[in-house]
Design a protein around this ligand. Sequence first.
Ligand SMILES: Cc1ncc(C[n+]2csc(CCOP(=O)(O)OP(=O)(O)O)c2C)c(N)n1
Ligand SMILES: [Mg+2]
Length: 284
Amino acid sequence: MINLNTSEQNTWCPGCHNFVILSCAKKAVSELINEGHAKHEDFVTVTGIGCHAKLYDYINTSGFYGLHGRAIPTANGITLGNPKLKVMTFAGDGDVYAEGISHFINAARVNPNYALFVNNNKIFALTTGQVTPTSEKGFPGRSTPKGNPFTPMNPVSLALEAGASFVAREYSLDVKNLTETMKAAIKHKGFAYVDIIQPCITFHNFTEYVKDKMYRLNGPFEYKKAMEKAKEWDYSDSADAKIPVGIFYEEERPTLSDLFDNKNWSEAYPERKINSALWERFKV
Ligand SMILES: Cc1ncc(C[n+]2csc(CCOP(=O)(O)OP(=O)(O)O)c2C)c(N)n1
Ligand SMILES: [Mg+2]
């Protein structure tokens, strides 16, 4: 049995849904190893900066604790360097939908081979509660005490529009389905995006709202239907909302690495073999 625990002290708030996301990620990795899909050393955890990003400290895989907003380009580089790795990228809604939004759109378009999990608590949590692009209109965040003046964006329909080849939404406390969808995303060949709705129990607790409005899809669907389903919830807090969860869409097409044919990179850049221990480790 692979030990995926680390000895780092956990600093998440007691009761934080990130604990559940972490344990689902460990379960997904451990099951994929046991099923012979990948080896322990194949897994790489990439994170941005935020509460979600501490996950890097708490899971025993190779990894890269990135910069806020830059988890996606970091993962792009890793998967281009060695397409055989199983890269799990964990980012926040602030990370990806605010500062890193251009990376999100272009990753969906060019299809790098990794899973992107967005721990979407609809808040900048680590910086104590400012609104993000998925916060509800009227929400009184730290930066908008009179209420958020903006309507939220819908990242799931945006991902579909931008060309993501695997698009899903899950809920942080649904252990069984979150684990299964994580496994499917990691197995998917291409850019697998999962928006994990993760209420923040300290700064933005909409747990009861999600539980009340959520229903499970029997997807994946063909593109047009997937888009219809994606638009069913506009990320608002409306009383008559329905929140579909599960896999919206999945297709297979060439990945970024396929298009770059980077099997030849070690020949193209021989000096890196000499100069970099890291290159030895990650070379194809
Ligand atoms: C380049 C850069 N911009 C901004 C920050 C400040 N910052 C650190 S964490 C954070 C909020 C993170 O929010 P989110 O990505 O939603 O993650 P969460 O804490 O909610 O998990 C911000 C704005 C930073 N560290 N670096
Ligand atoms: Mg957040």
